[in-house]
Write a protein that binds this ligand. Structure first.
Ligand SMILES: Cc1cc2nc3c(=O)[nH]c(=O)nc-3n(C[C@H](O)[C@H](O)[C@H](O)COP(=O)(O)O)c2cc1C
Length: 199
């Protein structure tokens, strides 16, 4: 199995500049679909970089604008990349990964078997502490909507570069939150598996 080349020595991993896919948006929309049968082959670092940037990277200097919208411009969704080599939080401004766990936590990212062997499971975590000026009862659906925008970015990016993906709500959120060391205000909204679809 190819592994993403992390050596585990550093806590912060700089990602290469993302390279944009060449497919048109119309072609990507035609190819968008959910995949649940993945090869275990790892994504290269450039492929992971492009995926994370497309998901919720910084796309303009002004206010650190991102590739997906967010309610009140809270940018309250943090992306965690759960890989064979450990779990990482994506820092969009610096475009780098910060290791949050050394163990392989992929099996904890969902209730379906393929999550344990697919190379990448993204976990979308809403930080409710960033969701000010709103009735607390509105936080879950706004966080869900914001995560959904990110998920569609990932779907279209994957369609454009030949990757498979499926967004997932079936997660044991308590177990995963504990494994990722989340605070009470950090709520897991969705997860999304990414990898090469089995032909
Ligand atoms: C909010 C949300 C939650 C979902 N949860 C799961 C899930 O837990 N497991 C899964 O296999 N698919 C899940 N899906 C994927 C849907 O089943 C899929 O999008 C739907 O069947 C349509 O198929 P398509 O994406 O290929 O068009 C979810 C989709 C959304 C939008």
């Amino acid at each position: 199995m190819n592994r993403t080349p992390f050596d585990g020595a550093g806590e912060s991993i700089a990602l290469p500049a993302p390279v944009a896919p060449s497919m048109t948006l119309d072609q990507a929309l035609k190819r968008r679909r959910s995949t649940r049968d993945f090869l275990s082959d790892a994504l290269s670092m450039p492929a992971l970089s492009a995926l994370l940037w497309a998901a919720f990277g910084v796309n303009r200097e002004q206010q650190g604008g991102r590739t997906a919208p967010s309610a009140h411009n809270w940018k309250e969704i943090d992306l965690f990349a759960v890989l064979a080599d450990g779990a990482f939080r994506y820092e969009a401004r610096a475009h780098r990964l910060l290791r949050v766990a050394a163990a392989d936590l992929r099996a904890l990212t969902g209730l379906q078997g393929f999550v344990a062997t697919a190379p990448v499971n993204l976990v979308y975590v809403a930080d409710f502490d960033r969701m000010a000026e709103v009735d607390v009862r509105d936080r879950p659906f706004l966080a869900g909507a914001d995560a959904g925008c990110i998920a569609q970015n990932v779907y279209l990016h994957c369609a454009a570069v030949g990757l498979g993906t499926v967004v997932r709500a079936s997660i044991d959120r308590g177990a995963l939150a504990q494994a990722l060391g989340l605070r009470m205000a950090q709520r897991i909204t969705l997860a999304q598996t990414v990898g090469y679809a089995r032909p």
